[in-house]
Design a protein around this ligand. Structure first.
Ligand SMILES: C[S@@+](CC[C@H](N)C(=O)[O-])C[C@H]1O[C@@H](n2cnc3c(N)ncnc32)[C@H](O)[C@@H]1O
Length: 389
């Protein structure tokens, strides 16, 4: 029995069923025991899952080509490339190596920031990026960055799908969402419906009326059309990720000029509520196999759920960003290659193979999408930089 399982059991015995988001947070991020703190080599052939980065250096090289053009269009210096979810630092390495070799104009004015809350993962990244040390800086949270301080590009690959989700079920009789939590049957983790205060209080008790709000997470699903809710079957299950939306809002508020983008597997909001997704999108991976029991062995398997791109888009727009598009990864990367004036992006058989894997709709090309938002330079701040520069 693992130490992390024991910690979670103790918490459940003390407090009762815990929201799944709490379980997922501990399973992935408990210092030293959580999945992402224990293993550096979770990605790639020897790990539990592939990412675009583990396909080879081409993904980073294509991003570097695109980012270089975007960075060159941002006036002033330094210009920033900010990566979150850098994990073992491989994508940063691929990007920086390409920029150093090919774009001295951008390289000489570049600061690369890695946003990384875990000290252990920061260590892995520092080792991997040692040769680029003068150019790289680490930050553990957005709170360390002033509003509008980033001038350049903020990006991530498979970050937001790894943030803890709340799992919600639809109660067709009561016509409202309830939250799935994690309880215990003996020593085994099992799904338990979390009763909100309205359900726990007897109707006759003071305050035990419909005035009491339902769980905070389910508020993320309010405002759905009544016609949709009328046909949603009892027990329909889905996830919401307020943490991802909050993260995106913070990132957007730090962007002074440039682009904010993320690559991930995900859906538009309405795509979550289709009959084929009645069990939601939450899943676990281990050694490249989908594991049926997401509650088994916390800390030993990856947990992930689809990103809601509509929710991110709305959060970015509320923070003043413009949406440039949300494209399949294959479309985005193909455009980078097609608009490359040197026509040198794919020149070896290895690069051609990687490109096929990254862009083919039956491989990573359609499953992954990229949401790109931007903030144009504000006239006032632009001229003040020009006059001091
Ligand atoms: C699926 S891995 C992504 C790996 C890598 N980007 C790649 O493409 O191979 C997700 C990473 O995001 C990190 N992460 C989760 N929450 C984070 C946060 N709030 N800020 C920065 N990184 C975070 C995890 O620890 C993990 O290293």
């Amino acid at each position: 029995m693992s130490a992390l399982s024991d910690i979670l059991r103790r918490e459940i015995r003390q407090c009762g069923p815990i929201p799944f988001a709490r379980f997922m947070d501990r399973a992935l991020y408990c210092p030293e025991l959580g999945y992402y703190d224990r293993f550096a080599n979770t990605v790639g052939r020897a790990g539990d899952y592939f990412t675009s980065v583990s396909v080879g250096p081409l993904f980073g090289e294509l991003l570097a080509r695109q980012f270089a053009d975007w960075l060159a269009a941002v006036p002033g210096e330094p210009r920033h490339l900010v990566e979150a979810g850098a994990h073992d630092g491989q994508l940063a390495h691929d990007l920086l190596a390409w920029l150093q070799r090919n774009r001295p104009d951008v390289w000489n004015r570049l600061e690369y920031w890695v946003l990384e809350p875990s000290t252990r993962r920061q260590q892995w990244q520092r080792q991997k990026l040692a040769e680029f040390a003068p150019q790289v800086r680490w930050l553990d949270a957005w709170e360390r960055v002033a509003e509008r301080a980033v001038r350049g590009v903020i990006f991530s690959n498979e970050l937001l799908d790894a943030m803890p989700v709340h799992r919600l079920g639809w109660d067709a009789t009561a016509q409202r969402w309830f939250e799935w939590g994690v309880g215990l049957e003996g020593d085994r983790f099992v799904w338990r419906r979390i009763l909100d205060r309205r359900e726990q209080a007897p109707a006759s008790a003071p305050g035990g009326t419909a005035e009491v709000p339902s769980s905070t997470a389910s508020l993320a699903l309010t405002g759905l059309p009544a016609e949709l809710l009328a046909v949603l079957p009892d027990g329909f299950t889905t996830e919401v990720c307020p943490q991802a939306v909050a993260w995106w809002t913070q990132a957007a508020s730090r962007l002074g000029a440039g682009r904010l983008l993320t690559f991930d597997y995900g859906l538009r909001g309405e795509e979550f509520l289709t009959p084929e997704r009645s069990e939601g999108t939450l899943r676990a991976y281990r050694a490249h196999r989908l594991c049926r029991d997401v509650l088994a062995d916390p800390g030993a398997q990856d947990l992930t759920a689809h990103v809601n791109f509509s929710a991110l888009q709305a959060a970015g727009e509320a923070a003043g960003l413009s949406t440039e598009g949300c494209w399949p990864q294959g479309v985005f990367l193909t455009r980078v290659v097609q608009t490359d004036p040197t026509a040198s992006a794919i020149s070896t058989p290895a690069q051609a193979r990687q490109f096929q894997t990254l862009t083919h709709p039956e491989q990573l090309g359609a499953r992954f999408r990229v949401l790109v938002q931007s903030r144009a330079e504000e006239r006032a701040s632009h001229s003040s930089i020009d006059s001091t520069g």
